[in-house]
Design a protein around this ligand. Structure first.
Ligand code: FES
Length: 113
């Protein structure tokens, strides 16, 4: 059995929804919750959700805050820095549905906290 077949989900996207109350930069300041909601509703509308398919999950800080708002897709381990709804729709349709990475939204490799 291939590694992919044994995984419960074909793809898993995690959105950092971290909120910092001390005024420091965080993904929650950049509409991460709205992006998470959009990703979930669009994925559902396209019939992508469920076992063997896609799972959309909330996450805490992923420690790459400087590139925020941040989401990461596994098993490819592709990190995204998105801006708006159109970016989310593109990630859903291109990567989550078709398996094609959205290169223009990739978080630069050097970006950390
Ligand atoms: S606050 Fe989102 S990656 Fe750290």
């Amino acid at each position: 059995m291939s590694e992919n077949r044994s995984s419960y989900y074909e793809r898993h996207i995690f959105f950092c929804l971290n909120q910092r109350d001390n005024g420091e930069n965080c993904c929650a300041q950049h509409k991460a919750q709205a992006a998470f909601d959009r990703c979930k509703s669009q994925s559902k509308a396209l019939g992508l959700l469920g076992p063997g398919k896609v799972r959309v999950n909330k996450a805490g800080c992923l420690d790459r805050c400087a590139g925020g708002p941040i989401a990461v897709v596994y098993p490819e381990a592709v990190w995204y820095s998105y801006v708006d709804e159109q970016d989310i729709d593109e990630i859903v349709q291109s990567h989550l549905r078709d398996g094609v990475v959205v290169e223009r939204l990739r978080t630069p490799p050097e970006v950390g906290r």
